[in-house]
Design a protein around this ligand. Sequence first.
Ligand SMILES: Cc1ncc(COP(=O)(O)O)c(C=O)c1O
Length: 388
Amino acid sequence: MIFSKKMTSLSSAIFSELNYKKAELMAQGYEMIDFSIGTPDIPPSPQVMTLLQEECSKLSNYKYAINDTPELLEAVTSWYKHRYDVNISSQEVVSLLGSQSGFAELALCLIDPGDTVLVPVPSYPIFRIGPLLAGAQLHKMPLLKENNFLIDLDAIDEEVARKAKLMIVSYPNNPTTAIAPRDFYIKLVAFAKKYDIIVLHDNAYSELLFDGSVGESFLSIKGAKDIGIEFNSLSKTYSIPGCRIAFAIGNQEIIKGLRILKSHVDYGMFLPFQKVATALLTGSQDYVEVVRHTYYERGKVLVEGLREIGWDIPLPQGSMFVWAPIPKHYTSSLDFTYDLMNKAHVMVVPGISFGEEGEGFVRIALVETEDTIRRAIKAIKKSGLLEK
Ligand SMILES: Cc1ncc(COP(=O)(O)O)c(C=O)c1O
C-alpha cells in the first residue's frame, strides 16, 4: 500500500516503542504507573453526565447538526465577555470537534504547499503535524529555559518573518507549563502586524493556572482580532476530552473560511454535546476550580516528593503537566525514560518526542491520584536511578 508523503509526518516511532515496552513489562507481571498520556482521569461533573443522558434520549437530537445552535454561539460569546472581558460576535465563533482537528482544518484553510509556518518547539505534536498535512515548511521557534520558555520574537530572522504566513503560539504551554505575561502578547500582535502573519493562539489551559494568576485571552489584546484567532477547548477545563468540544474564535474572515471548510468535512457537533457545552459555559464554574485544584495539589505532591528524594524540579506554572529536567548524570531523555520504565515501572514522555529542543527534559502528566504519585516516588527512590 502506498500512502501519501504527508503520512510520514504522522509516524511517531518513540511513542510506539514506549507502548511496546510497556506491554512487554506488563506481560511480565509489572504494574506500570503511567504518567505519559495527557488524558484527564478526573471525572466530569455529575451534571454533565445527567444532561448528556437526557439529551441522548431525545430522538430530535440525532439529525445532522450542520451548524452551531444560536444558544451555543451565545454561550461562547457571553463566556468570553464575562471570563476574559472580550467582545466577540456570533460571526466570530465556530465550533471544532476538538482543537486537535481544528489545527489540521485551519492549516488546510490557510496554507498552500511551501508556505512558511512558525511553530514553537518543544510543542504539542499537532502544532507541527497540522501545518505539515497542508504541505507547510516549518520554521522552529525554540522555547528555552533561560527565556522562561517564551518565544523570542527578536530572534526570528527578518527574511523568515516576511515569508511566514502563520504562527502558532500557546500559553499556558504544553509541555513546558510556562505562562506568558501580557507584554509578550502585546509584542506578538505588533510583530504579526508588522510582518503580516496570522496568529493562532491555543488557549487550552487558561483555566489551569497554579501561581494564583488568572488566565487571559489573546483576543483581549488590542488589535489581536485583526491578525488572529484563538482556539479554546472544553476538554481539560471541564474534564470532558472524549466529547470533542472546542471553538475557534476571533478574526471573522478566518472563522468564515473555517466554517466553509468544515461544512464540507464534518456536519457539525452532535447536538447533545452542543447542549452540554451551552450548559457548562452558562452555568456555575465551581467544577472548574475542582479540576484546577486537583492538578495543582497533584503537582505539589509530585514535585515536593521528588525534591525530597534528590530530583530537583520546578513547580508547574499551569496546565496539567510537570516539565522535569532529567538528572545531571543523564544526557538522553529517552535513556532516562527507559530506565524509569525498566527499573521503577514508571512511565513518562521523553522531551525529545516534543522536538529536539525538548531534549534534557521529561514530561510527567498529572493524571494519577496523589496516592499513586506517592507510590511512584517510592519506586523511583528504590530504583536508585537518581544516584550517580
Ligand atoms: C496545547 C493543547 N492544545 C490542544 C489540546 C487538545 O484539545 P482537544 O481535546 O480540544 O483536541 C491539547 C490536549 O492535550 C493540548 O495540550
